[in-house]
Design a protein around this ligand. Structure first.
Ligand code: GLN
Length: 427
């Protein structure tokens, strides 16, 4: 269990010093525990990897070190990134410093809680379907999910590769943008990466200047959301109008299929990615009593938690012969539909605004018995992953004393546009 008794934001506290100078000199960073750190254990919040120590650094960790940052520990998370509350961690739940008694969100809950409580200046999380933005919203900090391909996934333990990106969390928009500058850009070890182009100065886009910006408001992302959350976001949109932004209603009809498509794709990819944890090369061992299949089964039975097992089963089912076309292929069609809807919306809008989460932070235990309820709460975050687009969550205020996050989604490589819009809300 963790040494950090108060919040349980860290699975492992260990300092990794960076170079003496650089843009992040003197800054401390919490790194989500599914991002590989050479010589420092990387558990993914799982019993399976409780003693796993990677022999290499993820590209983002190399870049942190080169930029002068000091890593202060490995942040708690839902097991393998599967969850929205950080309650599925083998290492226990994390507290929400911004809403005591409530969950910090997830799956990067430890990263967000560490930043919210000042236990780290900055943090890295990973976002497959909202796992940076959801905890940012619940803990009242800023979180960015970059455009797919902007940040290297080399050294990130894969959950669903076609959807996920590593992203920054920070107390301010400028801080998150600065960290994004450090980790972004091409990497020979991840063939999906590319440059953010000439517009890769993200921090200086945090100038609050939204005069003339067209903010699209997708009606579907407000329907069914908690009233207090909607009111808080609407008030922030009023402020943006006062600052010279124009808001226009837009429609994303495909949203009604987004959560289903996301979960079929994410679980399918997960069932394939997690096949490597067989207790032979790394992770807990199943022993050997004359049959390897028994050995694998013992390791996986003991090493994986309930939510991870559920997803491996469902993902394997969705990919199996006879069902592949019915589930996986249909989900891919829905994904294309979501992408098309966003393309159309960006013909009129520069950025799209909505609540990050349709609800305020859950009470502890609220979602554990009802996985479907948690899945449905991802409705506003998963579309950006399906469409490979950049998105940011910025604190917009409170409802009944609980934090509310506002999300902006931008066109591909439109990080500057979402940073600018979010900095206006922050002001
Ligand atoms: N709640 C989503 C899931 O459980 C998001 C996870 C993530 O982004 N890693 O899949």
């Amino acid at each position: 269990m963790s040494a950090d008794a108060s919040l349980n934001a860290f699975v492992t506290r260990e300092r990794i010093e960076g170079s003496d100078d650089g843009p992040l000199a003197g800054r401390t960073v919490a790194v989500k525990d599914n991002i590989s750190t050479e010589g420092v254990r990387t558990t993914c919040g799982s019993a399976m990897l409780a003693d796993y120590v990677p022999p290499y650094d993820a590209t983002v960790v190399e870049r942190l070190k080169a930029a002068g940052a000091t890593v202060v520990g490995k942040a708690n998370m839902d097991e393998f990134g599967m969850g929205s509350t950080t309650e599925t961690s083998h290492f226990g739940a994390t507290e929400n410093p911004a809403a005591p008694g409530r969950v910090p969100g997830g799956s990067s809950g430890g990263s967000a809680a560490a930043v919210a409580a000042g236990e780290a200046d900055l943090a890295l999380g990973s976002d497959t379907g909202g796992s940076v933005r959801n905890p940012a919203a619940f803990c009242s900090v800023v979180g960015i999910k970059p455009t797919y391909g902007l940040v290297s996934r080399y050294g990130l333990v894969a959950y669903a590769n076609s959807l996920e990106q590593i992203g920054p969390l920070a107390p301010t928009v400028r801080g998150a943008a600065r960290l994004l500058e450090v980790i972004a850009g091409p990497d020979d070890r991840d063939a999906t990466t590319r440059s953010g182009g000439a517009d890769a100065d993200y921090a200086d886009a945090a100038d609050g200047d939204v005069e003339g910006t067209t903010v699209g408001v997708p009606t579907e992302l407000f329907e069914g959301a908690d009233e207090g959350v909607v009111d808080t976001v609407e008030a922030a949109l009023d402020d943006l109008r006062d600052r010279g932004a124009e808001t226009v209603e837009v429609s994303l009809p495909s949203i009604e299929r987004a959560v289903e498509a996301y979960y079929v794709i994410a679980m399918s990819e997960a069932s394939s990615n997690l096949a490597r944890f067989d207790g032979v090369r790394y992770g807990i061992s199943g022993g050997y009593e004359g049959d390897w299949n028994d050995s694998f089964a013992r390791a996986r039975e003991a090493g994986f938690g309930e939510e991870v097992k559920r997803r491996i089963l469902l993902g394997t089912y969705a990919l199996s012969a006879g069902y592949h076309d019915k589930y996986y292929k249909k989900a891919q069609d829905a994904r294309a539909w979501v992408q098309q809807d966003f393309d159309e919306a960006f013909e009129t809008a520069d950025v799209l605004a909505s609540p990050t989460m349709p609800v305020p932070p859950f009470e502890r235990g609220e979602g554990l018995d009802d996985p479907l309820k948690l899945y449905l709460a991802d409705a506003n975050t998963v579309p950006a992953n399906l469409a490979n687009l950049p998105a940011i969550s910025v604190p917009a205020g409170e409802t009944d004393g609980l934090p509310v996050g506002l999300q902006f989604v931008g066109p591909a490589f439109g990080e500057r546009a979402i940073v600018r819009a979010a900095s206006a809300v922050e002001d």
